[in-house]
Design a protein around this ligand. Structure first.
Ligand code: ATP
Length: 245
């Protein structure tokens, strides 16, 4: 299979300081790839660089087999590379329906949104600032979906959501890949949530790719790594038990 999105030895960051180093990653059409990592690992920086908001320090980003380094974010969005940012990118004073107008949603697009997100239908006149976190995330996904993207970048779907709400949105990601053939790159701190719907996963630690492979393999190895960290924390001296004098 050919990759719809490919990162090749990507160094990315702010100014000349690379926070992501030597990243190789590929996403195929119809595939969900999870990019995992702790706070500050470089996940958001990677997405900002793919969507043209940051210029790579070095290396290449390829979309549908052509380099997109230097292409503007709005051009990329029009060409089918959509970014759902962690703040969801909504206008609090605009209603659900206003947002759909902004992306020029046709009546069939609106029917599609109603089908995928029935909970939004009765809220069409509500300002997005008054929606719950889960409803805002549905709207952000709906707005991206209406563009029929070839690639969707989703930054921290679960941010600010109750775990049950976040889990209920994960199948939407899978459905986008399965039914629309979209290649989805999802950034997520909560590995278990996204690994349940991902095909492949990659783990960034301090900006470097530490683990990459089929989601189930990464799930096992990630769990072992977490257990390792917790083990070392448990074994570490604490204020109550400072260890041998
Ligand atoms: P989080 O979930 O906390 O956002 P992340 O993996 O997405 O984590 P990034 O936001 O990519 O991490 O941040 C990676 C590093 O880049 C961090 O050390 C962060 O402090 C730094 N950083 C982020 N934004 C900027 C900026 N605008 N200028 C300089 N450094 C930044």
């Amino acid at each position: 299979m050919t990759a719809v999105l490919e990162l090749d030895s990507l160094d990315a960051g702010y100014g000349r300081a690379a926070v992501v180093r030597g990243l190789d990653l590929r996403v195929e059409s119809g595939q969900v790839v999870a990019l995992l990592g702790a706070n500050g690992a470089g996940k958001t920086t990677t997405l900002l660089t793919i969507s043209g908001l940051l210029r790579p320090i070095s290396g290449d980003v390829r979309f549908r087999d052509r380099s997109i380094v230097g292409v503007s974010p709005d051009r990329l969005a029009r060409d089918g590379l959509c970014h759902v940012p962690d703040d969801r990118g909504l206008f609090p004073g605009l209603t659900v329906s206003d947002h759909l107008d902004l992306v020029r949603a046709s009546s069939s697009d609106r029917a599609l949104v109603d089908d995928w997100f029935p909970a939004l239908a009765p809220l069409s006149g509500r300002r997005s600032g008054l929606l719950s976190g889960g409803e805002q995330q549905m709207l952000a996904l709906a707005l991206a979906m209406v563009r029929r993207p070839a690639v969707m970048l989703v930054d921290e779907l679960s941010l600010g959501l109750a775990p049950m709400v976040a889990a209920s949105l994960m199948p939407t990601i899978r459905r986008l890949a399965d039914e629309h053939g979209c290649g989805v790159l999802v950034v997520e701190q909560h590995a278990d949530l996204v690994l349940s719907v991902a095909d492949r996963a990659a783990l960034l630690v301090h900006g470097e790719l530490t683990l990459e492979g089929p989601a189930q393999v990464v799930r096992r190895e990630h769990a072992a790594m977490v257990a390792g960290y917790l083990g070392s924390v448990t074994d570490a001296p604490t204020a109550a038990d400072p260890g041998p004098a």
